[in-house]
Design a protein around this ligand. Structure first.
Ligand code: FMN
Length: 182
């Protein structure tokens, strides 16, 4: 019995995730110049600690799919809570600056040479260890070549749950166990 697509999406939405932008370098027209490209994903997971492996699932019709296949490398940028607009832009929202302008996102090259977003709370650079076709997606397994996290200031990630963005609530009330000063 085939499961209804709408139901499948809706039920998957009950699993809360972070939001990441997979970035890579495209070489249009087979030229030498490379341009940064990015796509928003939430299908990201750790795979192995030794060796360090992660995975991303990319739809085979996605514009970044042939770029990752050809270049054999990708970075995973875990977005900060205030980077919602970048998430939308890298998911194809019709905004200015456009995705072709890398969404106007400030970025720097990581040690492995891939574009790392300044709006990321943490980022990994990976070389493609394996690519497995799975339905309409490809599971790209990446060997982690570099990992960095913002440690200088507490940065919180953007969350995705049931089709909406969420932020981590910091002001959760808790009952006092001791006596307050009188
Ligand atoms: C929160 C969020 C999570 C997404 N997760 C994935 C994902 O894990 N894999 C994927 O292939 N596309 C994912 N997408 C969709 C792509 O970001 C978007 O459809 C794509 O960039 C547009 O297609 P194009 O790159 O071919 O223009 C996600 C979009 C959003 C907004």
């Amino acid at each position: 019995m085939a499961i209804d697509g709408e139901l499948f999406r809706r039920v998957l939405g009950y699993f809360p995730t972070g939001v990441a932008v997979v970035t890579s370098l495209a070489t249009p027209n087979g030229g030498r110049a490379s341009v940064p490209w990015g796509t928003t994903v939430n299908a990201f997971s750790s795979v192995s600690l030794d060796p360090p492996l992660v995975l991303v699932c990319i739809g085979r019709e996605r514009s970044i799919h042939p770029i990752v296949r050809r270049s054999g490398r990708f970075a995973v940028n875990i977005l900060a809570e205030d980077a919602q607009a970048l998430s939308d832009c890298f998911a194809g929202a019709p905004v200015t600056p456009s995705r072709a302008e890398f969404c106007g996102a400030s970025h720097h090259p990581g040690p492995f040479g891939l574009p790392i977003l300044d709006a990321a709370v943490a980022a990994f650079e990976c070389s493609v260890e394996a690519a497995h076709d799975a339905g309409d997606h490809t599971i790209f397994i990446g060997r982690v070549e570099s990992a960095e996290a913002h440690t200088d200031q507490p940065a919180f990630p953007l969350l995705y749950y049931r089709g909406h963005y969420l932020r981590i609530e910091r002001a959760a009330p808790a009952d006092l166990l001791g006596k307050p000063e009188s």
